[in-house]
Design a protein around this ligand. Structure first.
Ligand code: SPV
Ligand code: MG
Length: 295
């Protein structure tokens, strides 16, 4: 397969930030987001990067994370985020939205939108969210390796980071399978690996780290094993920790409680002290940059 991409290849400073952090062994703290505003809140809190979460972007459309939206819709979410913040965005690109050619096209389009990191996972298309019990079916490792190679061939900037995610633990396989897949994925050109787990403690991730021997940077998503701290991740040799959906979960609880109070009380008076001001929304959405003193 020959893929023709734009001949003009500029440097992406945001992708460089990611690549350099990986090289220097600095732990990167990443927050899940689904649009410009949720991205800005994470940047303001001090996160190093954003995760353009497939779960969050799907849920924001009122849809489950089961491959219903298309690549353009996920890209539009990731791109809105990347435009709103100055930190890098790591895009959750599911399976690469199809086969090898789709993975190549995904890389082409996400890189074109200035996205710093592209993550694809070794499940079959259509995929289902990792926390759903059924339908966690993996591609053969060789086949996923070819998908990674196709994405790499489509890449035009050296600094863009391709993350290969294994769902071996999610599919009930052991550490040997997770390790052998990740070695194969790095051989195929992945710059880092994401090892997902849905256990209540970090045991799978920790046993993976013991055997992995720092071959390439490792990304983890401690959603179910929430007690796993940044310090423990660092001690285990992890390079990137993604808090994939806690921001959306916090918003859902806050909005639900607020609306319930308004319906129960018949006015917004008692919620006012607990909700952000309109001025805060103006400020988060960049009013100063757009209008300056002319507000
Ligand atoms: C996402 O945020 O969409 C992820 C992480 O891929 S998880 O929901 O844990 O699969
Ligand atoms: Mg996802």
């Amino acid at each position: 397969m020959t893929i023709t991409t734009s001949s003009h290849v500029s440097t992406s400073p945001r992708a460089l930030v990611l690549r350099e952090a990986f090289e220097q062994g600095r732990l990167i703290k990443v927050a899940g987001a689904h649009d410009g505003l949720s991205g800005r809140l994470a940047e303001e809190a001090g996160f190093d990067a954003l995760w353009a979460s497939g779960l969050e972007i799907s849920a924001a459309h009122g849809l489950p994370d089961v491959s219903l939206l298309g690549m353009s819709e996920y890209l539009s979410g990731a791109s809105a985020m990347q435009q709103a913040v100055s930190i890098p965005v790591v895009a959750d690109c599911d399976t690469g939205f199809g086969g090898d050619l789709n993975a190549a096209y995904t890389m082409m389009r996400y890189e074109g939108a200035g996205i710093a990191g592209v993550c694809i996972e070794d499940k079959i298309f259509p995929k289902r969210n990792s926390f759903l019990d059924n339908g966690q079916v993996l591609l053969e490792a060789d086949e996923f390796g070819r998908k990674l190679e196709a994405a790499k061939r489509a890449q035009t900037r050296d600094e863009t980071v391709l993350i290969a995610r294994t769902e071996a633990f999610i599919a009930g396989m052991g550490v040997e399978e997770a390790l052998s897949r990740c070695h194969q994925y790095v051989d195929a050109g992945a710059d880092a690996v994401l090892v997902h787990s849905k256990l209540a403690e970090a045991s799978e991730v920790i046993s993976f780290m013991r055997e992995w021997n720092h071959r390439a940077p490792v990304v983890v998503v401690p959603t179910t094993y929430s007690a796993f701290s940044v310090q423990e991740a660092q001690a285990a040799g992890v390079s990137m920790v993604i808090y994939a959906n806690q921001g959306m979960r916090a918003s859902v609880r806050a909005v639900r409680d607020t609306w319930a109070t308004v319906i129960a009380e018949g006015s917004t008076a008692s919620v006012e002290p607990h909700i952000a001001t309109v001025k805060d929304i103006f400020s988060l959405s960049g009013i100063d940059e757009w209008l300056g003193d002319d507000k």
